[in-house]
Design a protein around this ligand. Structure first.
Ligand SMILES: [Zn+2]
Length: 300
């Protein structure tokens, strides 16, 4: 039986009960996703849907919550065992397969944590989360673990980006945080938590922020929710030129608020469809409407 006394003293009984009723989908149970899964279980989150197609290999052991005892086991099973070892009452669904083939399993979760390799999978998750209206927290680690970024994508925020227009904004450097240019060349098109080499402790710094932001989003609407300075945080593990001409020191962080791109092929289309449903007569002016209906407007 797990004692939640320490968490309850921190968050309060209500928030702890609330978290116990929440279910998080975690796509990708590698270095980052595995750490996030165990951390959220240790923070009181009660439900998990874990999706990953990989098996733990000996080479993974220096960068994974699983160890030599787990080599040969599916990573989802490794993570499920660790969650249950912290909280036997946790509700865990382990799905071994590519996330693109099991997107339907994200239906019904309260939040999605994205720890997958590769942009194709991230775009597929983005599309699913937009359709479901579910918030997703993405993370990426830069080459050699020099830093990383975490972004919260909330479909409910009309100004907020989806993952597709967020990624375009950063890579094209079209964000303007206080007039400084973002030097985002350090992340490649496939730069993710799993793909880039880096020490476990550098990956985990990024994953800890991902887990913390995921927890914060789960607590949205309660008095334990904390507003953040932006939707994106870029973390430096080494001195990092995040903005041109400015070195962010080791362990420093820079926050950004990335806006939605109205022309985005993913979330922009969603808005155009909604507009058509809500305002089919948007071309008709007020004057036209009034004359058509026989209403006359008299100045008072
Ligand atoms: Zn978009």
């Amino acid at each position: 039986m797990t004692s939640w006394d320490r968490i309850e003293r921190l968050l309060g009984k209500d928030a702890l009960e609330y978290l116990a009723g929440m279910t998080v989908g975690i796509a990708g149970l590698g270095s980052g996703g595995g750490f996030v899964a165990e951390s959220l279980a240790m923070s009181g989150v009660g439900g998990f849907v874990l999706i990953d197609d990989d098996v733990l290999e000996a080479a993974n052991v220096v960068r994974h919550v699983g160890d030599l005892r787990d080599v040969g086991r599916p990573k989802v099973e490794v993570a499920a065992t660790l969650i249950r070892a912290r909280n036997p009452a946790a509700r865990v669904t382990a799905v071994q397969g590519r996330v693109e083939d099991h997107l339907d399993r994200l239906s019904g979760v309260n939040l999605v944590v994205v720890g997958v390799d590769g942009e194709r999978a991230k775009y597929a998750i983005n599309r699913t989360c937009l359709a479901l209206g579910v918030t997703a927290v993405y993370a990426g680690v830069y080459e050699r673990g020099e830093g990383g970024d975490v972004v919260v994508i909330s479909p409910a925020d009309p100004q907020g980006p989806c993952y597709a227009c967020w990624a375009d904004s950063l890579r094209e450097g079209i964000v303007d945080p206080g007039g400084e240019d973002l030097d985002y060349g350090m992340i490649g098109p496939d730069g993710t938590l799993e793909a880039e080499p880096g020490l476990w402790l550098h990956v985990v710094r990024v994953a800890a922020v991902q887990a913390d932001l995921a927890l914060n989003e789960l607590l949205r609407g309660t008095d334990q929710y904390h507003a953040m300075p932006g939707n994106t945080v870029i973390l430096a593990n080494r001195p990092l030129e995040i903005f041109t001409g400015h070195i962010t020191p080791p362990y420093g962080a820079e926050w950004l608020q990335i806006a939605r791109d109205p022309g985005c092929m993913e979330c922009g289309q969603r808005d155009r469809l909604q507009d058509q449903e809500i305002e089919p007569d948007e071309q008709i002016s007020l004057d036209q409407l009034m004359s058509d209906s026989g209403i006359t407007y008299t100045e008072q």
